[in-house]
Design a protein around this ligand. Sequence first.
Ligand SMILES: *Cc1c(COP(=O)(O)O)cnc(C)c1O
Length: 459
Amino acid sequence: MPTLDTGHVPASDALFARARAVTPGGVNSPVRAFNAVGGTPRFIREAKGPWLTDVDGNRYVDLICSWGPMLLGHAHPEVQAAVQAAVARGTSYGTPTEPEVELAEAIVRRTPVEEVRFVSSGTEATMSAIRLARGFTGRDVVIKFAGCYHGHVDALLASAGSGLATFAVPGTPGVPASSTELTLVLPYNDRSAVDKAFEEYGDRIACLITEAAPGNMGVVPPADGFNGFLADICRRHGALFISDEVMTGFRASREGAWGLDGRPEGWTPDLMTFGKVMGGGFPAAAFGGRADIMQRLSPVGPVYQAGTLSGNPVATTAGLATLRLATDEVYAHIGAAADTVKSAASEALTAAGVPHVVQSVGTMFSIFLTEQPVADFAGASTTDVAAYAAFFHAMLGRGVYLPPSAYEAWFLSSAHDDEAVDTILAALPDAAQAAAAASGLDRPSPSGSGYSTSEKDAR
Ligand SMILES: *Cc1c(COP(=O)(O)O)cnc(C)c1O
């Protein structure tokens, strides 16, 4: 059995020990703990462009990009200047400000939403969108898909009940059964399951929420016409279609995942959620949609929603600077770099005899170490996690920081230049060999608790 190369990182080891003494698992969002790959998470001291530097002084090409937000790379000079100027003007007033108006206008220009409301996290965005959908329709039932992650909203931390179109059960301790008993969890890309749910509960369904193109079980593109089908069946039944673009928004393309199939096919979500890129690396998120629906929100409508730091002037300034700089050239650059990396990874894995599936949505992509097609969560779950752990550590040891979980997209930025891409390409052949050597081994995670494949165990 190959030994796990966890690297020599004494400063990260020491910080991780201190962190675990005062924080559960030593992290503030589970996926950072390396539970799925073992070893010590690198504590990052600073970042510039495509590079992370850890507290031991090691440099890594960053393929996490803060799980999506850093579209322009780290410490982009123009974003930084805008943020510094905003900080100099004070950091929060609890009053309306100009940057939040400008950011709302920028989002309305790039997406089909007519109005937006800012919040501080993607979780709040999806939670609020669902409340609004329930308030607007006067109905209670929510449909989601297995493997789609919408933040840690009680009603959405749900696992499918037994049998098709039966109500869900809590996906984690701490969520009461009463929070998931109005949630239906269906297999992704499965039209007949959606048909059946609407047949059975059509007049009780407030909304269907889906990732516009799932990225949280790895990248799983919607089957041709699937989103349009969802928009249509919702409309016919008087339910709202909520497209969650917290990950894909302003990332998969200039207009997010909607720009890839919504605009071309002519479907429009009733509500959308955004986060990650639109916060420019700060805690900012949003939900938005049709004006007549958004007008049901307080203070104009009866559906209550609020937030002390919502629309924070520093966060909205960072988001606005990011969107202004996110030109067509930025997406073209990221797309080209992504193409180079994914073909090289595929070649290296093929050469090492490691079965894999490469999937993309615009500039986002994932590599699943499996022989099975990956159209839903069941397919994604066939990934060889031991092979991924070995691949991950081999890359890390060669200066490339991949997502520490086999079920994630790899994120690039406009700052990923030739030097960064060449560093990735140079690391791939050895990492593919390491994956081949570990393939099929059921290696226990050295840091304890294993990875839950029953639902998203991340962030
Ligand atoms: C990240 C993410 C969320 C949750 O956002 P947080 O800011 O982590 O709460 C919701 N939906 C999708 C699709 C995401 O990728």
